[in-house]
Write a protein that binds this ligand. Structure first.
Ligand code: AMP
Length: 174
């Protein structure tokens, strides 16, 4: 059986990308390996079975990859949270600070039915600003966030503190 440690072994550390001092966690080798990619989706969704969740929400852009695959596995819908200006219909927006820079993300105002049970998935938890902003957008559209899941957590940045109102799970912790 493939474990989170096997997935961790495939993650590539790229120093000084996209800025000096940032150790970028490159997940593309995980995606390129069929067994590791599939195991990462199994582990991200392990607390749920089809019928438990109405939709999986993915954060632009690497979060989309894991969230869309998880949605197919759990027979749930997929909802994108995108960078500002990318979604075509009416949106709610939320600004936040990133580990490197600032950003604004958006969700379609009609993305979920009020009361929908959703999982929020992203590739990596750093300072928590992105996921906290996405969770705020989900509350605005009336979704119930069952869990927030990450492939990777940079625990020393204490991003979890911004998400303390939600169950948070990460497969690999640095
Ligand atoms: P944060 O809002 O600080 O938790 O940042 C999380 C977001 O930024 C995620 O969508 C990640 O894809 C990206 N990110 C932040 N730091 C890194 C890193 N060291 N390596 C890869 N992606 C990162």
């Amino acid at each position: 059986m493939i474990t989170a440690q096997d997935i961790a072994a495939a993650i590539r550390n790229v120093p000084d990308f996209p800025k000096p001092g940032i150790q970028f966690k490159d997940i593309t080798p995980v995606l390129a390996d069929a067994k590791l990619f599939s195991a990462s989706i199994d582990l991200l969704t392990q607390n749920f079975k089809p019928g438990d969740v109405d939709a999986i929400v993915g954060i632009d852009a690497r979060g989309f990859i894991f969230a869309a695959a998880a949605a197919v596995k759990l027979q749930a819908g997929f909802i994108p949270v995108r960078k500002k200006g990318k979604l075509p219909y009416e949106t709610y927006e939320q600004a936040y600070d990133l580990e490197y820079g600032t950003n604004t993300i958006a969700i379609h105002t009609d993305a979920v039915h009020p009361g929908s049970r959703v999982l929020l998935i992203d590739d990596l938890l750093a300072t928590g600003g992105t996921a906290a902003a996405a969770a705020a957008l989900l509350e605005k559209v009336g979704a119930k966030v069952l869990e927030i899941n990450f492939l990777i957590e940079l625990a020393f940045l204490e991003g979890r503190k911004k998400l303390d109102r939600y169950p948070v799970r990460s497969l690999i912790v640095y």
